[in-house]
Ligand binder design. Structure first.
Ligand SMILES: [Zn+2]
Length: 274
């Protein structure tokens, strides 16, 4: 089984790295139909709530940019294979020059440190959006159930272990030359996707607007408890899908299943990946 899917955007090489897969339990999904809820509750390995955890390798010139880093050991035995995927792509952790985290949720950031809190990517600069950095550092998370103290403390450990090589990005920053940040608030305050442009070709990463593609592409109102502001997240989901389908840009995202890259097409009031 391969964990990687490679693609060229102009001269830039983009590789989707599959950290793992799991099905989300019904209790973390909101606005489900009764039928779908029944299906998900009766089969914990159902494909309706199947989600992948993807990271990305963007190789341009001398740069080996890693975007997100998987969930390490936090989500059980079906996930946490980022380094295996990286090796399949021909790289070791020491080869990574830059790491960009789309947001500071465990399934995107845990893999940048080991279980002892030491950085995994010894030669990389860690890049984080300013709004995201401020949110997780400043808040009082003790009384928060989801997005609570455990996640905030992991975010703080990640930031601390890269404190000597941390770069804070603004909304319209470039991560590296040719790779720019797309601000997509809602899921978290500083949540971002990215786009790669080279010559006539482009690729857009839609961030975490979707966690369970088999449900949310067919009903954009289905969401997860992980959205910090569900109203803004819904608005962002609609806007991004609308933009992707109207502009016919090649897309990918943090929880996309197979194929890892595709075009979003509007089908009635729903969407499909083609
Ligand atoms: Zn995620």
């Amino acid at each position: 089984m391969t964990r990687i899917t490679e693609l060229k955007v102009g001269k830039v090489k983009v590789t989707a790295l599959k950290d793992g897969e799991h099905s989300l339990p019904a209790e973390v999904l909101l606005n489900l139909s009764k039928v779908d809820r029944g299906t998900i509750e009766s089969d914990e390995k159902n494909s309706l709530s199947l989600s992948n955890i993807n990271a990305y390798l963007v190789q341009s010139g001398e740069k080996n940019l890693l975007i997100d880093a998987g969930c390490r050991d936090l989500f059980g035995p079906t996930c946490g294979y980022l380094c295996e995927a990286l090796e399949e792509a021909g790289l070791k952790p020491k080869d990574i020059t830059d790491v960009f985290l789309t947001h500071l949720h465990p399934d995107h950031m845990a893999g940048v440190i080991d279980t002892g809190g030491t950085s995994v990517f010894k030669n990389a600069i860690l890049k984080v959006m300013e709004v995201e950095y401020d949110f997780w550092r400043a808040g009082n998370f003790e009384a928060v159930e989801v997005n609570g103290a455990d996640w905030a403390s992991l975010a703080k450990s990640v930031i601390a272990s890269y404190s000597d090589r941390l770069e804070i990005l603004q909304r319209d920053s470039e991560v590296i030359s040719g790779v720019s940040v797309i601000s997509i608030p809602g899921h978290t305050p500083g949540h971002a996707g990215f786009r790669v442009d080279d010559g006539e070709q482009s690729l857009i990463h839609l961030g975490d607007i979707i966690h369970v593609p088999n449900l949310q592409l067919f009903d954009v109102n289905i969401s997860t408890v992980f959205d910090i502001d569900s109203e803004i997240a819904l608005k962002s989901r609609k806007e991004m899908l609308d933009m992707a389908s109207t502009d016919k840009i090649l897309c990918t995202s943090g929880h996309m299943l197979s194929p890892k890259f595709g075009h979003i097409e509007k089908v009635g009031s729903n969407y499909a990946v083609v």
